[in-house]
Structures are given as structure tokens and as C-alpha cells.
Design a protein around this ligand. Structure first.
Ligand SMILES: NC(=O)c1ccc[n+]([C@@H]2O[C@H](COP(=O)([O-])OP(=O)(O)OC[C@H]3O[C@@H](n4cnc5c(N)ncnc54)[C@H](OP(=O)(O)O)[C@@H]3O)[C@@H](O)[C@H]2O)c1
Length: 268
């Protein structure tokens, strides 16, 4: 299959995002990924996702850097392959951006409970992405797909009652996700909007289980109330990545749905 769709990835070495990147490469999309460790990404794609080395070399531009640094973020959003005559100033951005950035809980010395390594990581990342696009307005505004979380709905509890105590402990990372979501929602309404549209994918608790296939995923759009058809306990990272590929990136059409956005819950 061949397609000229272009996709930028942030958090590409992550459990949910790597499967989406692998499927995009196999579908023939032109991809870029900003990572901290290039070898970690290529090894993961080749060994865990069976992406041929030649396909990675041909279709994936890897930018090594920090997700909070506007220079590598801009290189990832405006890859030289799309701007061959002026790689530093050309205004062709990727068609769609996928971010699955998330940070790890750590236990600090003298503390009993784990804390977020970087409590504002997600909002800092979206802020850097949006500012990079504001500074170099693209010819066609890209779409933005981000992994967020259940447990932050403004309409109330969107996780099973039994899970509520666990989610209550996740106040800090959830606040970061909420701020991140609000920034995307506000961005499409700006007068000179840096993105055309957004999709916020909120998975239930993530597992490392094998992919069951997107047909096994229950999903529902939050639209004026709790997305009741997708309130559930868990979903594997592999199926979240597969869902983002099949239901978000695949159907995405550049320039369509401008000024609009969706929040989608996914679970088994
Ligand atoms: N855990 C859950 O049950 C749960 C539930 C719902 C939603 N979520 C959210 O879903 C998303 C995906 O989760 P996941 O478990 O698939 O992700 P993950 O495997 O933890 O991967 C996180 C990704 O973020 C990258 N990252 C973290 N800090 C970074 C930094 N400072 N600079 C650059 N990259 C950085 C990691 O890169 P490295 O490889 O370099 O570390 C990795 O690629 C996350 O936003 C997570 O919070 C999680």
C-alpha cells in the first residue's frame, strides 16, 4: 500500500505509540519521530514490531532531542523531506501529529508514595508543539492526536466505581493531562489556529497484553455527557496504538474538519 500521508510522533518509543508508528510505516506513510534515544526506537520497531530496516531508513526521519526544546520539535513537525528547497523555513508541516508522551512515577528518597518524575511534562510538550507551529505557520494546519486518560471528564466519573480510589491517587498526572487537553481544545479556536483539529484519546488503565484487535476495543465519543459505551477497566497499549492508527490517523484527511475536535474513550 502506498500513501503520501505524513505523520510526526512524540513519545514514539512508548508502549502505545510505537505500535501506531509501526503500522503507519507499513502503510507507506512518511513519518518523523522525536526521541531521546534513536537506537531504542529502531530496535523496538525492528524486533517487536517487525518493521524492516530498509523501510525505517526510507520512511522514518528520527530527530534526537528533548520534547521541550523548540528546535528539534520544529524539525520533527517540518521535516526536510517535505521542505527540500528550504529545510529551515519551508512551511509544509506533517499532516498529523501523534503524541503519546507520558512520564514515569518515581519514589524519591525518604518518600513512601511514588511521584511524577515531571508533573508538567504533557502540558509542556503540547505548549512547545503549538508554539513551534505559531512561530512557523504551516501551509495547511496539521491535525493533532494525543493520548490522554480517563478519569478527567468534566461530566463526572468515566471509570468503573471499583477503580475510583485508584484514580483518586492520580491527581497530579491527571491535572497535567487536563491542562494538556484544554490547550488543544483552545488552540483550534484561536484566530490564527496553529492546528486544524484535535482528537484526544482517553484509554482506561493500560496493560502490556497482546493486541486483541481493534474490533475488540469498545470506544465512544464524549459528547455532552459521559461516553458511557466505553467505561471499562483496562486496554492493552498495543490495542490503543492500533486504534489510533485505524480510527484516527488512517481516516484523517488534511484540511478537513478544521476548527473541530473529538474526545474518544477506549477500553475492552
Ligand atoms: N499507565 C496507564 O494506565 C495510563 C492510562 C491512561 C493513559 N495513560 C497515558 O497514555 C499515554 C501513553 O502511555 P504509555 O504507557 O504507552 O507510554 P510509555 O510507554 O510510558 O511511553 C512514554 C513515552 O514518553 C517518552 N517520554 C517521557 N518523558 C520524556 C521526555 N522528558 N522527553 C522525551 N520523551 C519522553 C518516553 O520516551 P523514552 O523511551 O525516552 O523514555 C516514551 O516514548 C501516556 O500519556 C500515559 O500517561 C496511561
Amino acid at each position: 500500500m502506498f500513501s503520501n500521508k505524513s505523520v510526526a510522533f512524540f513519545g514514539a518509543t512508548g508502549g502505545s505509540t510505537a505500535p501506531c508508528l509501526a503500522q503507519c510505516l507499513k502503510a507507506g506513510y512518511t513519518c518523523t519521530a522525536l526521541v531521546r534515544n534513536a537506537e531504542k526506537l529502531t530496535t523496538l520497531l525492528e524486533t517487536s514490531h517487525s518493521v524492516p530496516h530498509e523501510l525505517i531508513s526510507k520512511s522514518l526521519t528520527i530527530v534526537v532531542g528533548n520534547v521541550k526544546d523548540p528546535v528539534p520539535v520544529t524539525q520533527t513537525l517540518f521535516p526536510a523531506i517535505l521542505n527540500p528547497s528550504d529545510p529551515t523555513k519551508g512551511n509544509k508541516s506533517v499532516d498529523i501529529i501523534v503524541s503519546g508522551i507520558g512520564c514515569y512515577p518515581i519514589i524519591k528518597k525518604g518518600h513512601w508514595l511514588p511521584e511524577q518524575e515531571d508533573p508538567t511534562l504533557c502540558q509542556d510538550v503540547i505548549s512547545t508543539i503549538l508554539n513551534s507551529l505559531r512561530a512557523r505557520p504551516p501551509l495547511v494546519k496539521p491535525g493533532l492526536a494525543m493520548l490522554s486518560t480517563t478519569g478527567i471528564s468534566k461530566f463526572g466519573r468515566d471509570v468503573p466505581l471499583l477503580m475510583a480510589p485508584l484514580y483518586a491517587l492520580l491527581h497530579v498526572p491527571h491535572l497535567d493531562k487536563k491542562v494538556m487537553e484544554d490547550m488543544a481544545i483552545a488552540a483550534v479556536k484561536e484566530e490564527r489556529a496553529p492546528i486544524g483539529s484535535y482528537v484526544l484519546v482517553r484509554p482506561s488503565l493500560l496493560t502490556n497484553g497482546e493486541a486483541k484487535g481493534v474490533h475488540k476495543v469498545r470506544w465512544d465519543v464524549e459528547n455532552g455527557g459521559i461516553a458511557k459505551k466505553a467505561v471499562g477497566y483496562t486496554i492493552s497499549r498495543a490495542d490503543v496504538g492500533g486504534f489510533v492508527f485505524e480510527k484516527v490517523v488512517g481516516p484523517f484527511e488534511s484540511g478537513r474538519d478544521e476548527g473541530m475536535g473529538k474526545i474518544i474513550l477506549v477500553t475492552y
